[in-house]
Design a protein. Structure first.
Length: 153
């Protein structure tokens, strides 16, 4: 009986070792990773060469261009809204019948969203709260069929 236990333990150890070795050999092929950490420059180069799939229908595409700090600009977009960039994040807003609606918003890294009045209304407001630094308050209205930034109090 002792021989069977020893044989079983030896078989279990051999099978486990073989499984670990086999997984080590094929893990790169399965996961697509080399296990090496990329530098920031290598990551940027890899992302720049990656082909981007079209966004799902109904989702506006967000351009990947940097914005200067402390500015807010409106970029013409699809009929669903226009992209407005701030240092605290981006907002997609639209106007219809003189009423503004915040369609979506996304805080920049280091910011969170604190308080949203999305409309529709004569004004819509949103605050990007900074973890460190200044908060960004955004108040929007309409000029014709385009959302515009209004002064905050």
């Amino acid at each position: 009986m002792k021989r069977f236990v020893v044989a079983w333990v030896a078989t279990a150890i051999a099978a486990t070792g073989a499984a670990v070795a086999a997984l080590g050999l094929v893990s790169g092929a399965l996961t697509g990773t080399s296990g090496q950490v990329m530098s920031q420059d290598e990551a940027r180069a890899a992302l720049a060469t990656r082909t981007h799939a079209a966004p799902p229908s109904g989702t506006p595409a967000v351009p990947r261009t940097p914005t200067p700090p402390q500015t807010a600009t409106a970029t013409p977009g699809p009929p669903e809204g226009e992209l407005i960039r701030t240092p605290g994040g981006t907002v997609i807003a639209s106007c219809s019948g003189g009423l503004v609606t915040l369609r979506s918003w996304s805080p920049a890294q280091g910011y969170s969203v604190d308080g949203v009045e999305p409309g529709p209304g004569r004004e819509a407001e949103l605050e990007f709260e900074a973890g460190e630094g200044e908060d960004v308050e955004l108040k929007l209205g309409c000029s014709g069929d385009r959302p515009i930034r209004l002064p905050t109090s």
